[in-house]
Design a protein around this ligand. Structure first.
Ligand code: HEC
Ligand code: HEC
Length: 207
């Protein structure tokens, strides 16, 4: 079981990494002002202004911080967002900005229910073990809202924008996004067809 061993190593190293940051605490009130630049795309309340920008409202601060650090380190790449992440140079600012977005009402979807979404729900719940796809609910939670702020490894994905979700799943599937711990999300995305991704994202973006 190579995957489960590397998974344990990743969890242990993430706990160590977050241990060093325990001295800093996020202040959501300060984060509102500090995130003014971000509001132009991600919205003042964390609900983004266009479907290719992800919602950050209610996203776990630990996940937000990891993504910003990954963009800064070149582990995740996007022309626009890599440049934005580079502007957050102070560790305390990152804490405050992440705390602010997490404190907003959790993202909510807008897509209408559809037959595609019903198929997506089945895949979300049950997975497709023939293709190595575990049910998404096992990691992202029964309702796609992740686990808890204390376990921010697994992001909130329910209520996220469809266009953004499709791009991430395609990037993970085709190896353009490789910052997922132990490659666990990439392995799953590789087992998804374009049709699966269409169905799943109809479901998720409607929650
Ligand atoms: C000009 C538009 C723009 C601005 C301004 C912007 N972002 Fe982004 N952001 C993006 C785009 C586009 C993506 C998606 C990148 C991709 O496709 O991988 C993104 C992704 C992210 C993600 C990853 C979300 C996820 O669910 O994985 C985080 C976190 C984030 N931005 C935080 C910020 C913060 C904090 C700021 C302010 C310092 C900011 N962004 C400013 C456009 C922007
Ligand atoms: C074994 C655990 C696991 C399973 C099962 C899993 N994921 Fe993930 N997923 C993750 C992890 C961990 C991340 C965060 C990667 C990172 O830190 O960059 C993630 C990230 C994502 C993202 C990117 C979110 C963002 O905001 O950018 C999407 C979309 C996603 N998963 C969708 C799914 C879907 C759809 C399924 C089911 C087909 C699924 N996941 C099943 C662990 C899992």
């Amino acid at each position: 079981m190579k995957r489960s061993i590397s998974f344990v190593v990743v969890c242990a190293s993430m706990m160590l990494a977050s241990g060093s940051a325990w001295a800093l605490k996020g202040n959501a009130t300060a984060g509102k002002e500090k995130s003014a630049l971000c509001h132009g795309c991600h919205g003042e309340n964390g609900m983004s202004v266009a479907p290719n920008f992800p919602n950050l409202a209610g996203q776990f601060s630990g996940y937000i911080k990891k993504q910003i650090r990954d963009f800064q380190a070149g582990k995740r790449n996007d022309d626009t967002m890599s440049a934005m992440a580079a502007t957050v140079t102070e560790a305390q600012d990152l804490e405050d900005i992440a705390a602010y977005f997490m404190s907003q009402n959790t993202m909510k979807g807008t897509t209408a229910k559809s037959a595609k979404a019903d198929k997506g729900k089945t895949l979300f719940m049950e997975g497709n073990l023939d293709k190595g796809v575990y049910g998404c609910k096992n990691c992202h939670g029964e309702n796609g809202k992740g686990k808890s702020a204390e376990n921010p490894l697994f992001p909130v994905i329910a209520g996220q924008n469809k266009d953004y979700l499709v791009k991430q799943l395609m990037d993970l599937k085709e190896g353009r996004r490789t910052n997922d711990p132990a490659g666990m999300m990439g392995d799953i995305a590789k087992g998804l067809s374009a049709e699966d991704i269409d169905n799943l994202t109809d479901y998720l973006s409607g929650l």
